[in-house]
Design a protein around this ligand. Structure first.
Ligand code: T4K
Length: 400
């Protein structure tokens, strides 16, 4: 009988540096009493990230959403932008905040990124840009999208919120397209508590982004453009500097977890792990999504998702519902459109993956999945009275 976990296992848990190291950095910040407005820790962190991302075109922000909003504003994106409905709402909200109309196209079924063929079909004279999402850290179809953007003279932006640390044929992912936005939220494998970063090809944008995130201030008496406040602070940067040192270890630990999941889930009928990374991609194992085929698995995705909670496992259905099903975006697409995205959203579960999760925890989670499958499947008559009959957990309400 598989016992529930003593403590809740969430979909993620932030990687934390040694407390002593954070305290040491904190003491230095205390001493200086410079907490924000491009302090020395933010500047050092920016330089370290520039080296990590192999470009000097790096700009830091309070969070990823503000970074993307400022990117769109700073690049002067207007009209229609082609994007995906299968993402976190912030991708689309950022367009809305810039009064840009999202044009949703379907995704490909392998890594759930924009279907390049559909992108090309959706281009109109009003289209100004493509905003792809490297979902779960898997790169979009980079070459195809780049070709389309070039042919139609469109800007190509990437929401790379999940993709920090990913490389394609040895190149950091942030070097593709005109611009990439990374999220450093606590739920990401690399984080600064909250935080975000833009990397971009056109060096002239850096100054503009720096103005836009700091009220457009030039100096004490001059404001050169209507900016907002989206600066990263010193404590965020301190966390980032410490986490960055452990990136290799963080990714390796997640790789081991992902491999254990793949091995343990392979024999379970009706569970399909997302395709491994494409050739040439150094993946970061940001998420571990599975698709549940209700008929083959024997019970629904939602039944499995709810059922796991009885064992203290809190997976998530990232990204269900589709963005186009939220009231603020409903009506943009017609019934029956986006069939691939709709299907994936109805089958998806993202399983827990984080550095503190041990391989034996992963084996246990997969055992729970198997157990839920077995107890939901109709039992043959003879088995009903058998002592092998799955037991209901004591003191827990039966799942419907
Ligand atoms: N584009 C994409 C494609 C994105 O996925 C995101 C963010 C963005 C843009 C915007 O970037 P940011 O502006 O956020 O930098 C989370 C995150 O808040 C969000 O950053 C993330 N994507 C999204 C996919 O997930 P929630 O509402 O699901 O998070 P929450 O609070 O339920 O956390 C999930 C689990 O993580 C919890 O059950 C427990 C654990 N957790 C969470 C936090 C915050 C911890 O253990 N410690 C923590 O501090 O949105």
């Amino acid at each position: 009988m598989i016992q529930p976990f003593d403590k809740p296992i969430y979909v993620t848990r932030p990687w934390l540096p040694r407390l002593e190291d954070f305290q040491k950095g904190l003491a230095e910040i205390w001493e200086r009493a410079i907490l924000t407005n491009n302090g020395p820790v933010v500047q050092r962190f920016r330089d370290e990230l520039a080296e990590y991302c192999q470009t000097d075109n790096v700009c830091l922000f309070a969070n990823g959403t503000l970074a993307l909003q400022i990117a769109l504003q700073g690049m002067g994106i207007t009209g229609d932008v082609i994007t995906t409905p299968y993402t976190f709402v912030a991708t689309v909200h950022s367009l809305f905040w810039n009064k840009v109309r999202p044009v949703f196209v379907d995704i490909e079924p392998e890594h759930y990124t924009l279907d390049a063929e559909k992108v090309e079909e959706a281009i109109t004279p009003w289209t100004s840009a493509i905003l792809g999402v490297h979902l779960y850290g898997h790169p979009c179809r980079l070459e195809e999208l780049e070709g389309i953007a070039r042919r139609h003279n469109l800007k190509l932006l990437y929401d790379a919120a999940h993709a920090f640390g990913v490389r394609v044929n040895g190149r950091p992912i942030g070097q593709f397209g005109d611009l990439s936005m990374f999220s450093f939220h606590a739920t990401k494998l690399f984080h600064t508590i909250e935080g975000g970063m833009l990397t971009f090809g056109d060096g002239a944008l850096r100054r503009r982004f720096d103005y836009l995130k700091d009220f457009g201030i030039e100096n004490e008496t001059e404001v050169v453009m209507p900016g907002t406040n989206a600066k990263m602070n010193e404590l965020q940067a301190l966390m980032g500097r410490l986490v960055l040192r452990s990136m290799g270890e963080i990714v390796e630990k997640r790789r081991q977890i992902a491999e254990t999941y793949r091995r343990e889930l392979a024999p379970i009928a009706g569970i399909r792990a997302a395709a491994p990374a494409a050739p040439g991609v150094e993946y970061n194992y940001a998420y571990f999504p599975i698709e549940v085929d209700e008929r083959e698995f024997g019970t629904s995705r939602d039944d499995l998702y709810q059922g796991m909670k009885e064992w203290n496992v809190f997976a998530r259905r990232y990204f269900y519902p589709l963005v186009t099903d939220f009231p603020c975006y409903r009506g943009i697409v017609r019934e029956g459109e986006l069939p691939v995205a709709r299907g994936v959203a109805s089958r998806i579960i993202t399983l827990p993956i984080f550095s503190d999760l041990e391989p034996h925890d992963v084996v246990r989670i997969c055992g729970i999945i198997r157990h839920i499958q077995e107890r939901r499947r109709p039992m043959p008559r003879t088995a009903v009275s058998s002592p092998e009959r799955p037991q209901r957990l004591p003191g827990r309400s039966p799942a419907s």
